[in-house]
Design a protein around this ligand. Structure first.
Ligand code: XLS
Ligand code: CA
Ligand code: CA
Length: 436
């Protein structure tokens, strides 16, 4: 069997003192944290499109990273990529992966040919999964790269594009079922608008719902038992994306009555002006927590940089929310991430994942300590203690009238007993847990 990365050994846990760039310092897969193996908490996944396809090309420059292994024929290259990708999963101890249909096989001259090409590569992926035990976290369809989707897919003004997209998702769902995927993700690639001057927003939103209805029902009809996710993103590629953020998507799902969860990307949360923790908190509070794309953006830039997570404050607070949500069931931590353009050597694919996995593992360790410590929970509990008795209890019971509240307020005279929010005390606890 061909080895695609002969210079990269099996990556293992060596502990915090190790200076080996190709070893985990904090991610120790079988170590028990909060009652479970770290690998079962974190459920790491690699993204086919970045890990094995992204070449470092950007709007200003050509590719920097060679991921072709001397293959120029597109199908021969697609076949080589399967071998290389599974070698990466194996060497990095990544148990899961995710892909778009067009990442794994190049589009043909028509839909029938594209589907035949997909079948050929899926045969290889299925065999590689069987051999390695690796699992599909979620599948998806690329409904944004081809020019046919210039106006969107489900929200396109052109019904031919709607039909083509539905056919593409039908095939992607069949593949996901065949590969036993535990999820299927809808990211609204170009489902948004550039200008309201040419846009019928009401029709587009209803059509997005029609599109989701048709596709999700089809998935169930062919035996898909996993979770459907919508991945929010506020902008890019369109100026305004309909799936703006967690709260917007939850409103949409409730309006149209869909049983779906959220796949939350850290980077998309910050692009929407929220912290990653905020997006996770919204999802967990509302019961829509599903899966996570752990990649971050650069807070000084206003676009989607898809970087590996390195900020341990962020990963700790994210893991805190994830633990509080009860952890992953169908979902996992997918690295929708790529090494920077100048980190172009084959080893960088591995080094970048190692750093990201260690950052999430540190987050898990710290989140567990925060919960064990209990001071944050206790503080929040006490902050709302007023609702456990008296007028507070009555408000919660729903039995209070506005006249009673008026009477109570008149008798009270004024609100004189507010307690301190103690933000700095709580931030100090976080630092103490992290560095103490
Ligand atoms: C793009 C999205 C995309 C989805 C899958 O910004 O993150 O990669 O995760 O289509
Ligand atoms: Ca992204
Ligand atoms: Ca993503």
């Amino acid at each position: 069997m061909q080895e695609y990365y002969p210079n990269v050994p099996q990556v293992k846990f060596e502990g915090p003192k190790s200076d080996n760039p190709l070893a985990f310092k904090f991610y120790n897969p079988d170590e028990i944290v909060a009652g479970k193996k770290m690998k079962d908490h974190l459920k790491f996944s690699a993204a086919y499109w970045h890990t094995i396809c992204a070449s470092g090309a950007d709007m200003f420059g050509l590719p920097t990273a060679d991921k072709t292994w001397g293959k120029s024929d597109p199908m021969a290259l697609a076949e080589a990529k399967v071998g290389a990708f599974f070698e990466i999963l194996e060497k990095l101890q990544l148990e899961f992966f995710a892909f778009h249909d067009r990442d794994i096989a190049p589009e043909g001259a028509n839909l029938a040919e594209s589907n035949r090409r997909l079948d050929k590569i899926v045969d290889l992926i299925e065999a590689a999964m069987k051999k390695s035990g690796k699992k599909l976290l979620w599948g998806t369809a690329n409904l944004f790269s081809n020019p046919r989707y210039m106006h969107g897919a489900g929200t396109s003004c052109n019904p031919d594009a709607f039909a083509f997209a539905a056919a593409q998702v039908k095939k992607a769902l069949e593949i996901t079922v065949r590969l036993n995927g535990s999820g299927y993700t809808f990211w609204g690639g170009r489902e948004g608008y550039e200008t309201l001057l040419n846009t019928n927003m009401g029709l587009e939103l209803d059509n997005m719902a029609r599109f989701l209805r048709l596709t999700t029902e089809y998935g169930r009809s062919i035996g898909f038992k996993g979770a459907y996710y919508i991945e929010p993103k506020p902008k890019e590629p369109t100026k305004h994306q309909y799936d703006f953020d967690a709260a917007t998507v939850i409103g949409f799902l409730r309006k149209y009555g869909f049983d779906m969860k959220l796949n939350l990307e850290a980077n998309h949360g910050t692009l929407a002006g929220h912290t990653f923790q905020h997006e996770l908190r919204v999802a967990r509070t509302e019961g829509f927590f599903g899966s996570v794309d752990a990649n971050i953006g650069d807070l000084l830039l206003g676009w989607d940089t898809d970087q590996f997570p390195n900020d341990v404050y962020d990963t700790s607070l994210a893991m805190y929310e994830i633990l509080k949500a009860g952890g992953f069931t169908t979902g996992g931590l997918n690295f929708d991430a790529k090494a920077r353009r100048a980190s172009y050597q084959p080893e960088d694919v591995f080094i970048s994942h190692v750093m990201g996995m260690d950052a999430m593992a540190l987050g898990l360790r710290i989140a567990d300590k925060l919960i064990q410590d209990g001071r944050l929970d206790k503080f929040v509990e006490e902050r709302y203690a007023g609702y456990r008795s008296g007028i507070g209890k009555k408000i919660l019971s729903g039995s209070v009238t506005i006249e009673e509240l008026e009477k109570y307020a008149i008798e009270l005279g004024d609100v004189t007993t507010n307690t301190s929010g103690r933000q700095e005390y709580l931030e100090g606890i976080l630092n103490q847990i992290m560095f103490g």
